[in-house]
Design a protein around this ligand. Structure first.
Ligand SMILES: *[C@@H]1O[C@H](CO)[C@@H](O)[C@H](O)[C@H]1NC(C)=O
Ligand SMILES: *[C@@H]1O[C@H](CO)[C@@H](O)[C@H](O)[C@H]1NC(C)=O
Ligand SMILES: *[C@@H]1O[C@H](CO)[C@@H](O)[C@H](O)[C@H]1NC(C)=O
Ligand SMILES: *[C@@H]1O[C@H](CO)[C@@H](O)[C@H](O)[C@H]1NC(C)=O
Length: 448
């Protein structure tokens, strides 16, 4: 009897979560619910590229990889560094001496974000943790002499934020990778002896709840062994029940296979996608990594960020907003100000964002541009501009006698009247309060 019972339990838990290493099976896994509810995450690009702090996190490639090289990168090196200076010589200058993971996590928490994704390893191959597969090219052996991935993870989780790790599959200059590439990816020395041992180790050590995969596009998923890794991740790994991943698991996978879809960087769909997606974008419009020569006009201002967040959420996406810390370990004050500004806006309007669902119509331009979200029977109409006077018309909602309209952040219900017999309403607004993100939310109850 007991044996039969145990057998049944085993059978149930197996059928409940057993994925086979093929896309049909893996793509059918439901996304753990925390992810869609979270809506907002913070992305952090930090690595040896933060030391030159010039051009972007692609500096090494632009300087010495691509043909022809970027002349600005070449002359930056000629003018500022001794002849023969090599990229790995930047690593000892990655000091991170001011890195205070608690202070960073406080800023992320204050932004209203619910998850944080750090570059554990970018295309340069340097790991921000003591990877045994990246000898002397990691943050413990050189540079900060510190487990950056582990230390930030503790502080982030301590504030009840989910912790994710970005991992680049390819490494521009790894000799095994270059050799596999020369062999038309018919050999897998890089994957078997570098990538996979490191990736499995990273998951077991740090238990990331997002694996933000990247650098996949030169080779097919069969080269990366992606489906085997994902089957292990979903069936057996210590994060099998909560982890989410994106769609960068091999050439042709983007927007097609994996967990949620990133499609391309800064993806902005025109209408509601069928599959859960995430827009990743950067406060510095020209780079993900820190640039010492960034200018204010090259950064997104707060209203731009908020409007981007709002339209992304209305279209069913999550918003992953990037900042690039300095090699000293500081989040530049201007980025901190943006993140705290996002938090100040969310403090008032978060009800329309977190755990919301797309509504039957996502946007309309009547008096002002409006983006809709919904939660159960409630509809939120987020105005991303200030109406020219104190009346606003919404064409889409169908009102009833029970319709009630409020402005988030103000207590009193607003007066409204029906617009057309078929639907729509005119709302009398109060003097709109200051909004740091230049966006105001109307909460509509009793509408359809
Ligand atoms: C954060 O850490 C403190 C002590 O360092 C602990 O008391 C607290 O419970 C932790 N909070 C969470 C959410 O883990
Ligand atoms: C890689 O994939 C092959 C074939 O799909 C499989 O036999 C092998 O076990 C995989 N290796 C790892 C380390 O995942
Ligand atoms: C609203 O206006 C913007 C800017 O003119 C336009 O791009 C967008 O397509 C319009 N949306 C709708 C639903 O009409
Ligand atoms: C308010 O502005 C709209 C145009 O957006 C206009 O149609 C309406 O007549 C104005 N109402 C008042 C009271 O000025």
């Amino acid at each position: 009897m007991i044996a039969a019972f145990l057998f049944l339990v085993g059978l149930v838990s197996q059928t409940a979560a057993h994925y086979t290493p093929d896309w049909t099976s893996l793509d059918a896994r439901p996304l753990p619910s925390w992810y869609d509810e979270a809506k907002l995450g913070i992305f952090i690009h930090w690595g040896v590229f933060s030391v030159p702090g010039f051009n972007s996190e692609w500096f090494w490639w632009h300087w010495q990889g691509q043909q022809p090289p970027d002349s600005k990168c070449v002359s930056y090196m000629t003018k500022n560094y001794p002849p023969g200076f090599s990229y790995p010589e930047f690593a000892p200058q990655f000091h991170a001496q001011f890195f205070n993971p608690e202070a960073w996590a406080d800023i992320f928490k204050a932004s209203g974000a619910k998850y944080v994704v750090l570059t554990a390893k970018h295309h340069e191959g340097f790991t921000n943790w003591g990877s045994p597969n990246s000898w002397n090219w990691n943050s413990v052996d050189t540079g900060p002499h510190r487990d950056l991935v582990g230390d930030l993870g503790e502080a982030v989780r301590n504030r009840s934020l989910h912790y994710g790790l970005y991992n680049s599959l390819y490494e521009w200059f790894h000799p095994f990778y270059l050799n596999d590439k020369k062999n038309g990816f018919k050999t897998q020395d890089f994957v078997m002896h570098k990538l996979l041992p490191e990736l499995y180790n990273m998951v077991v050590r740090y238990r990331p709840e997002v694996i933000w995969s990247d650098g996949d596009w030169e080779a097919p998923d069969t080269y990366w062994n992606s489906t085997n890794f994902l089957a292990w991740l979903y069936n057996e790994s210590p994060v099998k029940d909560t982890v989410v991943t994106n769609d960068r698991w091999g050439a042709g996978c983007a927007c097609t296979h994996g967990g949620y879809y990133n499609c391309q960087d800064k993806y902005t769909p025109g209408q509601l996608p069928k599959h859960k997606w995430e827009k990743c974008t950067s406060v510095d419009m020209l780079s993900w990594g820190y640039r010492r020569n960034m200018r204010l006009k090259e950064l997104m201002d707060l209203p731009t960020i908020i409007h981007d967040l709002v339209s992304t959420v209305a279209l069913g996406g999550n918003y992953l907003l990037n900042v690039g810390p300095t090699a000293d370990g500081m989040i530049p004050a201007v980025f901190e100000e943006r993140l705290r500004g996002v938090g100040a806006w969310i403090e008032i309007n978060g009800e329309a964002i977190y755990a919301s669902k797309p509504w039957r119509v996502q946007t309309e331009n009547s008096t002002v541009p409006v983006w809709y979200t919904s939660k159960d029977a409630i509809v939120y109409a987020i105005m991303t501009a200030k109406p020219p006077n104190l009346t606003v018309q919404l064409l889409i909602p169908k009102t009833s006698a029970a319709t009630k309209v409020t402005l988030l952040g103000t207590p009193t219900p607003l007066s409204w009247g029906p617009l057309n017999p078929g639907g729509g309403l005119t709302i009398l607004l109060p003097e709109l309060p200051y909004s740091p993100g230049q966006a105001w939310t109307l909460k509509l109850e009793g509408v359809q």
